[in-house]
Design a binder for this molecule. Sequence first.
Ligand SMILES: Nc1ncnc2c1ncn2[C@@H]1O[C@H](COP(=O)(O)OP(=O)(O)OP(=O)(O)O)[C@@H](O)[C@H]1O
Length: 258
Amino acid sequence: MAEQSVLTKPAIQVEDLDLYYGDHQALYNIALEVEENSVTALIGPSGCGKSTFLRTLNRMNDLIPGVKIDGKIRLYGEDIYDRKVDVEMLRKQVGMVFQTPNPFPKSIYDNIAYGPRIHGIRSKKQLDEIVERSLRQAALWDEVKDRLKDRATGLSGGQQQRLCIARALAVEPEIVLMDEPTSALDPISTSKIEELLGELKEKYTIVIVTHNMQQAARVSDKTAFFLNGELVEYGETDTLFSNPSNSKTEDYITGRFG
Ligand SMILES: Nc1ncnc2c1ncn2[C@@H]1O[C@H](COP(=O)(O)OP(=O)(O)OP(=O)(O)O)[C@@H](O)[C@H]1O
């Protein structure tokens, strides 16, 4: 029995989550569980709260003045809003990749080594290993291995985004949050990243916001449909797209609004 409970343990559990920006309530009573080693897509029309919800998972909203949060978010059973939580350590466990690739104005190598160095790793051998492993995991190694000292900002947009994924992986997170990671990229770079997600979920748990429903259908195991700050429907991606249980989900996925 003990073994079974370990196997079924969710990576993230959200209960009764409300979020306010000042007087404006942006999330209403959200509850969901994210399974380990899966890809979960958050979909819904602009302004429905997808990014806001994503940012609650590594407390990025803490940086916005006037934000108030009620409810519980547990990461492997631990309440991430508990006062004892070290937010820097939380963000190491729960990494993030943003919409626009944002490499530091440093070399490719130094972009990847940045996080591990902050966390105290000094050995060149160890950093070399981390840089190679992370770039391989992000399917970028072969393209950049001969120019690790070049500036990261000289890479193409798609390469920069894979570099940002590698940078997130370098500190060995458990969860990777991605906020529309391909919306600024061309179709070839987009499909490279979509392919990568399938590989990454073997080791990491991924939550991705996407405007693109085809992308959600292609890459995710589970999909959460948000509307006006509410979670309307959450379930297996195949079921949600082929046989939604809520008429609002059906209207959205068939393009009747959004
Ligand atoms: N920093 C902020 N301060 C105040 N209100 C905010 C802030 N960020 C988002 N909001 C509001 O919260 C609501 C949800 O926004 P959010 O960006 O989470 O939606 P979204 O679904 O991610 O939208 P999009 O797809 O356009 O990025 C919106 O009404 C938005 O105006």
